[in-house]
Ligand binder design. Sequence first.
Ligand code: AMP
Ligand code: ZN
Length: 116
Amino acid sequence: MRDPSCLFCKIAAREIPAAIVHEDERLVAFRDIGPHAPVHVLVVPRDHVASLDATDEGDQGLLGALLSAAREIARAEGLSEDGYRTVINTGADGGQTVHHLHVHVLGGRSLGWPPG
Ligand code: AMP
Ligand code: ZN
């Protein structure tokens, strides 16, 4: 299901341009428009899912596919050896600004921890 007002639904449907690096029947991955690292890719489900908190046990396959895709993108971007970070921001305190579930894949530099 798509949400016609949702930015990432529109990107997944190619109604809004993005630098897509991977897509399959379930997922789309594209470069973040405001990258926080040399590699910053977002992996999203094609179907509208508002956040991690909006998923349930029936979404285990989708959630596994998101992480597997994140791993493959990290490999394809040459991040495996030096490492990388995968992040899912959820809700207001989590810093989520786009309310369509997405996994950030960040790498290409040493990343600080803990988050602010
Ligand atoms: P979050 O803060 O976790 O919800 O992450 C949303 C991310 O979406 C941010 O890193 C934004 O830079 C990114 N973003 C917003 N609009 C676009 C867009 N049109 N194309 C690609 N990335 C976007
Ligand atoms: Zn959406």
